[in-house]
Every structure is written in C-alpha cells, then in structure tokens.
Design a protein around this ligand. Structure first.
Ligand code: SF4
Ligand code: SF4
Length: 321
C-alpha cells in the first residue's frame, strides 16, 4: 500500500484548536467481515488489532469521570470486538448516547445474529454505511452480495422500529462517492435515497450523511496507483470553504485507538498522527481523566481539506454551510 502521509504533510492547512469535548469516538479494532475499496481504516477479516478489556475499562472510566455526552463506536466492524456488548451496556447505564457504526452485513456473521435486538434493547443509534442505492455500485465498492445483505439488515432494523417515526430508534445512513469526486448536496441525495429505498425495498431511515472520501489508507493508495492523488487534492483545496472550519468534528471529539492512544480524529488515527499535549507526543486516554483539552492545537495536514471541501464533511455528514 502506498503511504500518503509524506505527501499530505507538505500541504498547509489553517491552524485549528480544540473547543469543548463532547464526543468520545473509540476504534475498537481494525478487523471487519468486509474489505471495501474506499475503507479509510484499511480494515479486513485479516487484521488482528483489537481493543483489550483493560482499555475498554479505561474508556468507561473516562466516560464517567468526564461526563461525556456521546460515545461513537467504530472499527473495522466494532461488533466483532469481544468487549462491544459490555462497553455499550455500561455506557447506556450512565445515560451516554451511544452510536454504532454498523456495516449491516455483520448481522449475517456467525454469532452476530442477535445483534439488531441487542442494539434496539440498548437504544443504540445505528449509523450504517450504504454508499449507493444501486446494487451494482455497492457491490463494486464493498464486495459481491453486500447490497442484498445490507437491504436484509435494514429490513431487520426497520422491523424493530429503527428509522420509524415515533420509535425513538435512530437509523442514519452514510453515503460516500464511488471515486475521487465530492458528494452531491446532502438534502437532495437523502430525498432520492428515501424514495428509491422506500419504493423498491420498503426500507425507511432517518437521515443520510454524505461524506467525502479521505485521501488516506486504501483509498489514498488507490489514488496514488492511478495517478489521481494530486488531482483529488487539488479538487479538495479549490473547493475548501473557511466557513466549514468551525464545524469540523475534531473540535469537539477525540478518537481513541485499540491501544487507548488519543488522536484528534479517526483519520489522524489512521495516519498515525497522535494528539500532542504539552511536551508529550503521544497521550493515553487514562492520562486525560483530569485534563481539559480546550484550546489544544489540532494536528492538521492536507487530508483535512476532505473535511472542509464543498458542503463540508464530518462524522455527522455535511456541515450545512
Ligand atoms: S468501510 Fe467499513 S465495512 Fe468496509 S472494510 Fe472498512 S470498516 Fe469494514
Ligand atoms: S481530518 Fe478533519 S477532523 Fe481530522 S483533524 Fe483534519 S479537519 Fe479535523
């Protein structure tokens, strides 16, 4: 795989500082039942990095001590981690809003068949990847049979009340472009998704998040191989809007890796750009129990234009500028 960090670090990006911390995003491991082309994690069934019980305990202590409002659990397929259920149950018992970044096909993996019922019981918000409403595009990007399995997964969630008015069970979908282009306007695409998934598959959901592909990991490497890296970075830089800088997720979120080390966001985690604090060039979550991070500088580089290009892009979709 081509390394993109050296290229990205040569590209200047406006300085950013942290605001109030409200979201803890944890990456509980890079193992996944899929190995999608656009994956910014480089996840696959062969990855072995996995959060331990001791780090899961540190996560729960941090949530409790710092009174964090939202826990965003990601991977790989986060549900494959042995401590996933324990983390969710304990966080919900503290009253924390919990989001699970779910690939939908995980429900058909051995041992995971009861997962939708567990998520519904704990009232976990489901954030599910579905990069298109067409079978061909999804299967090309995510693997053969993924579209049909995803529709079956969405129907199971709908049957439990997810994405249905008045149920209180939130189901949001995530779209990303097939290649090196910006996502189309979020509101219009959400309307198309709702119509087509509703009419053709009887599926409902709450909101669609449109995210730009990040020029890192598998997607970044593919751009380098095809000679498209510089053109994509030019596109991101030329469509950058300063107004999006206030809404980037790293201002209010920290990302924690499977070992418990802290990053300004998941993308920096994948580039191994740890959050720096005073004289430390790498910080563990367990060292931040009493530390207020407001004002801390954020580590930025060329990939950050993926968050500020066009309508902007964060873990909650377009930034609405
Ligand atoms: S994009 Fe999601 S589903 Fe696909 S390999 Fe990466 S973590 Fe797994
Ligand atoms: S990639 Fe986005 S979220 Fe991460 S540090 Fe850059 S601007 Fe912030």
């Amino acid at each position: 795989m081509h390394d993109t960090l050296a290229r990205l670090e040569k590209i200047p990006f406006p300085a950013l500082r942290r605001s109030r911390l409200d979201t803890l995003q944890i990456n509980v491991g890079y193992r996944c039942n899929q190995s999608c082309l656009h994956c910014h994690v480089g996840a696959s069934p062969h990855r072995t990095e996995e959060m331990s019980g001791a780090v899961a305990d540190a996560v729960l202590m941090f949530l409790e001590r710092r009174r964090i409002a939202t826990l965003d659990i990601t991977g790989g397929a986060p549900e494959l981690n042995a401590h996933f259920h324990r983390i969710v149950t304990a966080a919900r018992a503290m009253g924390v809003r919990v989001m699970d970044r779910c690939n939908l096909t995980i429900f058909e993996v051995d041992g995971q068949q009861d997962l939708p019922e567990f998520l519904a019981r704990e009232r976990v918000e489901s954030v599910a990847s579905l990069p298109c409403y067409s079978l061909d595009n999804v299967d090309r990007q995510r693997g053969k049979g993924v579209f049909d399995a995803s529709i079956r997964g969405l129907r199971r969630l709908n049957a439990l009340g997810y994405g249905r008015d008045g149920s209180g069970l939130t189901l949001n979908l995530v779209y990303n472009p097939q290649g090196p282009s910006l996502p189309p306007p979020q509101a219009a695409l959400e309307a198309d998704y709702k119509k087509i998934l509703g009419d053709q598959h009887g599926v409902t959901f709450n909101s669609l998040y449109t995210l730009a592909n990040m020029p890192i990991q598998r997607f970044g490497s593919m751009l380098v191989s095809k000679g498209e890296f510089d053109r994509y970075l030019d596109l991101l830089q030329h469509t950058h809007l300063n107004a999006n800088l206030d809404g980037v997720m790293c201002r209010n979120l920290i990302s924690v890796d499977w070992r418990g080390f802290v990053y300004d966001c998941d993308f920096n985690q994948m580039l191994d750009l740890p959050m720096t604090r005073a004289t430390k060039d790498r910080v563990h979550l367990s060292e931040l129990l009493e530390d207020d991070l407001e004002g801390n500088p954020i580590r930025v580089a060329g990939h950050c234009f993926g968050c500020t290009a066009g309508q902007g892009s964060s873990c909650g979709g377009a930034l609405g500028t």
